[in-house]
Structures are given as C-alpha cells and as structure tokens.
Design a protein around this ligand. Structure first.
Ligand code: FPP
Length: 255
C-alpha cells in the first residue's frame, strides 16, 4: 500500500506533491543518512570524491526545501566516527566540504534565518574544518529559523557512552543518585540535548540500516528508505518522503 502510494506520488510534480501535503503535519525534525555518493560516482566512471562534491550541492537544495516547508530541525549525517577508516584522500576531501559549503552558503543561511548546530566530536576534526563550522555556529546562533544540525564525526554509541560517563561522574560526585536518573537526564547529557527526537528518518541509496545514527533518538521515528543515491536526491524526493510520513499512524506503542 505504502509502496503503491510512493509510486503514485513519484508521478506527481514537486508542486503537486507540496500541494498534497498537510501543512499542519510537517515533520518537525527530519534526520537524513545521506548515502550513495561513492556509487553515484562509480556509475559515472568518476572518482568517489566527485560523488561527495555533488552530494554537497544536494545539501544546499534540501536545506532550502526543508526551510520552505517549515521543518524545525534538519539533521544531516555528514561524517561518522567510522568514516575515518576511508582512504586518507577521501577523508581529507570530506573534511573540506563543510568549510566549502559554509563559505559559499553562510550569507544565504543568515538571510534565511537558519541556525547551524553541530553534533559529534568536533575537537578531533582538522583545525580548518573546526574553524569553519564553529564560525557558522557562532554567526548563526541568534537565528530562529530552521536548525541545521550537522552530524560530524558523530557515532551514536560514542554519544551514549559519553553521556553515561558524564552521568557516572555526577553520581560519583554525589550530585545525582542512581534512583534519580531518568530518560530526561540521559537526554540532557546527549549531543541532541534541547532538540526534539526526529519525526522522520530518511536514508538514501537502498541500504536499510541505521549505521550507528541516533539509535536512542529514533526510537519512535518514522523511517523512509529510498533507492535514490544521495547526489540524485532532490526536493521532490523530500516532499514525497513527507507525503508518505503523513499517511502513517504514529501510535508510540499505544493503539
Ligand atoms: C555516504 O556515501 C556519504 C558520506 C560518508 C558523506 C556524506 C557527505 C555529503 C553528502 C556531503 C556533505 C556536505 C556538507 C555540507 C557537510 P558513501 O560515500 O558511503 O557512498 P557509497 O555507499 O555509495 O560508497
């Protein structure tokens, strides 16, 4: 049924799909695992980094669209704690992308009231990457529109371990007892503190897995997977994902 809906939606234009959307039920937080850059490049006989470059252009379009639609938070998985295992040339290139993106787009992000936020071990990033992303965070900190949350050097297990260590220290210091510990305290110690959980999780490229992404936070998110490779993803796919999301009945374990 959902597949049918998805196929039917694919035949509609972007504007038609947007018109179909229930403006009162736009997912407030969308998280995206942007996958398939390497395969996109390979299919075209290009080096993998060409796929990442094209992927960066898509980030731009998706941010605009999410902002237009009134999404409150857009989290993008740009680099995982496991991505360091890639060849150095590829890692070096990936580390240039946030900087390149922000150098080009920061004025527009300011104009559009977008607030840049980070999630991940930023300390371990190369100095030039860290400098660019922290500058964007600083310059956009008073913006009140879409929160653009870049997951950079992010891994969910690391995040959970880190939160647990912080809490263990509080218990050790006597400022918290194990009995007082609850979900809300754990959440405050995570990298998403003050962000709502994703309503919709999108993964491109046909892979059906989470890859250490927001394991705690997606407990009740709706998932939408597509075979489309990230560099081919566009505004129409985003609106299609939202249209499918709007047909889902979210019950949170109830009836
Ligand atoms: C996964 O595709 C993608 C990444 C590890 C990098 C994602 C980065 C971007 C889309 C650009 C980031 C842009 C900004 C602004 C930070 P893959 O390389 O694993 O693809 P494959 O599975 O086909 O090999």
């Amino acid at each position: 049924m959902l597949e049918k809906l998805s196929k039917w939606k694919s035949s509609l234009s972007s504007q038609e799909i947007k018109d179909e959307l229930d403006q009162a039920n736009i997912p407030k937080h969308i998280a995206i695992i942007m996958d398939g850059n390497g395969r996109w490049a390979k299919n075209k006989g290009l080096p993998r980094i060409a796929g990442h470059r094209e992927g960066m252009k898509v980030v731009n379009k998706v941010v605009q669209k999410a902002n237009d639609l009134g999404v409150e938070v857009l989290t993008l998985y740009a680099f995982s704690t496991e991505n360091w295992k890639r060849p150095k040339t590829e890692v070096d290139y990936l580390m240039k992308l946030p900087e390149r993106f922000l150098n080009n787009e920061l004025p527009k992000l300011m104009e559009e009231n977008v607030k840049v936020r980070l999630m991940g071990s930023i300390e371990e990033l190369p100095e030039h990457t860290k400098k660019a992303v922290l500058k964007a965070v600083r310059e956009t900190e008073n913006n009140t529109g879409l929160i653009l949350n870049f997951a950079l050097n992010y891994g969910s297990r690391f995040e959970l371990m880190n939160a647990i260590k912080k809490i263990a220290k509080q218990v050790e210091m006597g400022t918290l007892t194990p009995e007082e510990l609850n979900e809300s305290i754990l959440e405050k110690n995570m990298m998403t503190a003050e962000l709502r959980d994703p309503d919709l999780l999108i993964r491109t490229s046909g892979e059906i897995r989470l890859s250490n992404f927001m394991l705690w936070q997606v407990a009740y998110s709706e998932f939408w997977f597509t075979d489309v490779l990230w560099p081919d993803f566009n505004e129409k796919h985003l609106t299609e994902a939202i249209a499918v999301y709007q047909k889902r009945a979210r019950r949170y374990g109830g009836v």
